[in-house]
Write a protein that binds this ligand. Structure first.
Ligand SMILES: [Zn+2]
Length: 339
């Protein structure tokens, strides 16, 4: 019998991970205890909560849990701990490069304002990277539920702090609200400042939302993008332009975008030549981390080891990692495959 290679040993880049959502469940319990926050059973049960985000109430519930978890991050040392542990978990799962996304606005009230919050976050990323050896960069993500002017402010801030480890600009939260084009100015500022445009699209909404990301925001990468599978012409366009989709299978199932892991259209995207970077999205709420996403591809979509290696290559090529880091990861992938 052929030896089964361990996907945790497959070098890869992790391009879709949210800040609070990266927290270890045990850390959340400790922080809640520290601040006397009473968590709802959905966050203390040990089992990931049941969420159906395909209706607005379900999405609202997901956001409420997220806000509750975020409210337990109150001091710079909590932020330091969060990022260090996220890095440790990523390394354990074979990540050789992490791009973590954060909206500093939502941490500002507890950390002394927007700029101090951003400084604290960037400091935490820098020291976690130094302490663990994992290359970590930041995407600043604007919130789609807020005013587009807020997004512009954030984009300017992201550009100003680009030399402190910010590589991209994103847009998150409910795709069904408003239009991507409302945020076109913010994205223009980010792109002009040399940042990668990586908005969420094609998760809760269909292929049109992915097209909007391309047409209106000139996305270089798309958060999720899986619903592009419903439109062959769009798949072709993503493949031709080499726009990487940050596909998060466990998240899609947890939020009810797809019923079962085998329904996530990994094969459709892969066979159409759309580059993918598998990601964990919010492991705190969805119960699985990076390597588990590759396990889903193997177990539910019959990805053989050379397909898994190709997925890992795609994640590396889609990353903002410097050339030398990419080269090292790519050769590690070949070693994994030939081992
Ligand atoms: Zn996301």
């Amino acid at each position: 019998m052929e030896r089964v290679r361990d996907v945790r040993e497959l070098p890869k880049a992790h391009l879709h991970l949210h800040f609070t959502g990266s927290m270890r469940p045990t850390t959340l319990l400790e922080l809640a205890d520290k601040y006397g926050v009473r968590l709802p059973p959905a966050l203390t049960g040990g089992e990931p909560p049941q969420l159906r985000a395909t209706d607005e109430r379900g999405w609202f519930r997901f956001q409420r849990l997220y806000d509750m978890a975020r409210s337990c991050l109150r001091e710079p040392e909590d932020i330091q701990r969060l990022v260090r542990e996220a890095a440790e978990e990523d390394l354990r799962d074979g990540s050789g490069w992490l791009e973590i996304q954060v909206d500093p606005t939502s941490y500002a009230p507890r950390l002394g304002g927007l700029i101090p919050a951003l400084e604290i976050i960037l400091d935490a990323v820098e020291s976690a990277s130094r302490d663990t050896g994992l290359g970590i960069r930041v995407l600043i993500a604007a919130n789609r539920m807020k005013h587009p002017l807020d997004a512009r402010t954030l984009a300017r801030l992201a550009v100003r702090y680009a030399d402190r480890g910010i590589v991209g600009f994103g847009l998150s939260n409910d795709e069904r609200r408003g239009f991507a084009r409302d945020f076109d100015r913010a994205f223009a500022i980010a792109r002009d400042g040399g940042l990668l445009a990586a908005p969420h699209g094609g998760e809760l909404s269909g292929p049109a939302s992915v097209r909007d990301c391309l047409d209106d925001l000139h996305a270089g990468r798309v958060g999720h993008g899986v619903r592009a599978a419903e439109d062959p012409r769009l798949l072709k366009r993503l493949a031709e332009r080499g726009v990487t989709c940050e596909v998060c299978p466990a998240s899609n199932v947890a939020l009810g975008v797809y019923e079962k892991p085998e329904d996530v259209p990994l094969r459709t995207l892969y066979d159409a030549g759309v580059p993918m970077a598998l990601g964990a999205d919010d492991p705190l709420l969805f119960g699985s981390r990076l390597a588990a996403q590759y396990e889903i591809a193997r177990k539910h979509h019959a990805f053989a080891d050379d397909d898994l290696a190709e997925l890992a290559r795609q994640s590396v090529r889609g990353s903002a990692a410097p050339v030398d880091v990419q080269r090292k990861l790519l050769s590690g992938i070949e070693e994994w495959l030939s081992g």
